[in-house]
Design a protein around this ligand. Sequence first.
Ligand code: ADP
Length: 536
Amino acid sequence: MSLRPNSMKGYGTTMVNRAISIEKPGKQSQAKPVESDELAQALMRSAGTGIYIVQEGRFQYANPLFQELTGCTAEELLGTYSLNLVHPEDREVVRKKAVENLKGQSSYPYEYRFIKKNREVGWVLERVTSAEYTGKPATIGSFMDITERKRVEKSLQESEERFRTLFDSSRDAIMILSLPSWKFTSGNPATVEMFKAEDEKAFTSFGPWDLSPEKQPDGHSSSEKAKERIETAMREGSQFFEWTHKRLDGEEFPATVLLTRMEIGGQQLLQATVRDITERKRAEREREILLKDLKEINLKLGQSNKELQDFAYIASHDLREPLRKVASFGTLLQDSLEGKLDEDQQENFQFMIDGAKRMQAMIDDLLTYARITTRAKPFRQVNLNEVIEDLKNLELATLLDETEGTIYAPEPLPPVYGDSSQIRQLLQNLVGNGLKFHRTGIAPEITIRACQTGDNMARIEVQDNGIGINKKYHEQIFTMFKRLYSRVQYEGTDIGLAVCKKIVNRHRGDIGVKSTPGEGSTFWFTLPRASYSGDN
Ligand code: ADP
């Protein structure tokens, strides 16, 4: 503040005692002293705008409000260059205005950015006038902080830009309907395209019913219905509905319409947002047709499945009795003819009886297969450890004896949820196969383990040390009658694994095998865990 004149100690006291003469813009030296310095002082102090005096580019005076707006005290301001307060990008303009003003060429207010003491940037509206101060030309500026107004203006502009971008880029048609006239006043580019208008202008001569067919699909008059909708939207604020529209070339199309009430400048308006749903409707129709077809196919499939099952069941069931007779009477006859037949005849007799017995076994297995669905029992909790113990002592006891095999479960198996007799059948087949398909001279060892899967299923593995299965047969062994070895080598009906697969599938599980020929096989399957009780 070294340049501050001595007489300017403290703003507004000594300073305003000096004569100030104010010039009218554009006129030179019509200075007239202010009549009362005290009055001037009071005016400066109480002024609602920031007021300053600059001479030769430096502040000579700053009223309290100016100090408040800039955040600087009088001591900090006086004597310093006034342009220092101006934002660097606006300095040139402000300098030009000051020069114009000094020459009396302009006194219009102008806006620029200024920098407060705390480095914040504010906006100001300034009006300057030339004056004579202490006998020398000076500039008096009145300075109004318009930062808040600028902020509001900016956000308004931004939101307008955002709205404009949305309006212009929307794929929905957005139209504004003016209510006194019931005509559209504007429409975005999508509107022009959707209704096939030449341009926005052409389109704005229409009302809502010009863009609709005479009648809606339910037979009601479009104009009456549209009026109803519009009135409801005006009453309730908004309305959303499906509507059949008409393009200007006459083509009708399905749409959804959202009407929203608005008030701009005291005028009631409706914004209509129209979405062309032709594609959606077409996809819906296609889906309905597909669903209908699928239902019919399912029904037919269900019927034919049932017929097939009934047939398999009846055929197997009814074949059992005559076959039993062939086998048992054949054995009786063979016994009664003992010693009367030669060797060939005896062998042929044996073939016949064996064939009948084999067929009996096959029919029994086929019946088991058919009964997976016909004799399905409700699901309940099944203790696999008990099942294994039972199998060892009952169904598999003979096979275990004959093969000198062992069955071993290192960890207790978790309870599963399913049809207990089917789960028993499943384990019997898998463990039985493990015992049956053992390597010559090596006693079969069956290990049963469980591991949890991520979903609500338990995975059980039945591992053997038998002959193993070539990878190329891993899939096909689960279908009926897929025999890999001669009947003489290994007895069986080739239905066991198909039964396993059907049982597991009924429980919504999976089944498969990992195997290395000559080393052994691990059959695995998944079943619902006991805690899980999904539909069966
Ligand atoms: P079967 O009812 O005659 O036992 P499966 O349907 O159970 O027939 O098995 C079909 C075929 O899969 C068997 O003939 C055999 O070749 C093969 N197979 C099944 N289990 C095993 C196993 N543990 N080890 C080796 N081969 C097996």
